[in-house]
Write a protein that binds this ligand. Structure first.
Ligand code: C2E
Ligand code: MG
Ligand code: MG
Ligand code: MG
Length: 287
């Protein structure tokens, strides 16, 4: 049911068992103190060259270490934070934390990767968002070329004209912009023509069925071909199997991200990875 209703709706919780409502109220309450009490941590997941497995960038993914529930998934608390407005301070923390960590690595002379940050529509459309980004870059000293922003098609719903203008300005600041979960939104394909973005990320739902559904594979192929005609880089999310990798290479997909290569991990673990990721054994991948 969750899939059909869309992931960012309340239906997400249905079927999670009795008590989901009170659990939600509790989490909503706990979110208020979580930032102050330092309960968030950023994990990083590599994005690799489809053919060589070479790490090309990383995606920052927030983790909440809840004092009693343990690790709470962002799939659960990000929608709550969006509802309560907590996403604004949390989003700012994520941006600053990622930029600062990477800038520190750079200053230490460590190997560093461009970092992609997920930006909620609410955050994107709030007054002063572009200034906030500029301030964080200035404060941390991270070169803008190392910052990527991932946004879903939902930013277009609020106001497509405004979103396009803002992306143009981000581009002017030399920041990379990607459309996340591409293909899952409701916007028309023609908007791609007007969006001054660099990358699209194919949603995991398409990758999961790429070997089993001919129509699904056709959609993936169509999107890749179209994107390349527009000089966009294509990333496939959620690659878990070697056969999926091989299929995506055949379809000319540029970059891959998924458990086949690496799970999201703390910064220290990321820094210890080799430049080129060896493939994991398919059998060891359990979600
Ligand atoms: P997303 O931006 O599409 O991130 C990709 C998600 O897919 C991550 O889930 C990642 O762990 C997961 N993933 C990657 N490879 C695989 C794979 O091979 N198999 C499977 N089963 N999953 C894979 P995660 O970390 O739970 O995050 C879920 C969503 O929460 C993200 O989806 C993003 O929409 C949101 N999110 C996470 N961090 C942030 C953040 O800092 N800010 C905002 N606004 N949203 C965030
Ligand atoms: Mg993302
Ligand atoms: Mg995504
Ligand atoms: Mg996704």
């Amino acid at each position: 049911a969750a899939k059909k209703q869309g992931r960012n709706t309340w239906q997400w919780y249905q079927g999670e068992g009795v008590g989901h409502t009170s659990e939600h109220v509790m989490l909503r309450h706990d979110l208020h103190t979580a930032l102050r009490e330092n309960q968030f941590e950023l994990y990083y997941q590599p994005v690799v060259d489809a053919v060589s497995g070479q790490i090309r960038s990383v995606e920052a993914l927030v983790r909440w270490h809840h004092p009693t529930h343990g690790m709470v998934s962002p799939g659960i608390f990000i929608p709550i934070a969006e509802q309560t407005g907590q996403i604004i301070p949390l989003g700012r923390w994520v941006l600053r934390q990622a930029c600062q960590s990477l800038a520190e690595q750079l200053a230490k002379g460590e190997r560093i990767f461009p970092v992609a940050i997920n930006i909620s529509s609410l955050q994107f459309h709030r007054d002063g968002f572009l200034n906030e980004i500029q301030d964080i870059l200035d404060e941390t000293g991270l070169p803008p070329e190392l910052l990527e922003l991932e946004m879903t098609e939902s930013i277009l719903m609020v106001g497509a004209e405004l979103a396009i203008e803002m992306i143009r300005r981000l581009r002017g600041m030399r920041i990379t912009v990607a459309i996340d979960d591409f293909g899952t939104g409701f916007s028309s394909l023609s908007y791609l023509r007007d969006l001054p973005i660099h990358k699209i990320k194919l949603d995991r739902a398409f990758i999961q069925n790429i070997l089993t559904s001919r129509s699904n594979a056709a959609i993936v192929q169509g999107i890749i071909t179209m994107a390349h005609h527009m000089d966009l880089v294509v990333v496939a999310e959620g690659v878990e199997e070697r056969e999926q990798q091989q299929d995506l290479i055949r379809r000319n997909c540029n970059l891959l991200q998924g458990f086949l290569f690496a799970r999201p991990m703390p910064l220290a673990d990321l820094m210890a990875l080799p430049d080129r990721l060896p493939l994991m054994n398919d059998d060891t991948i359990i979600d």
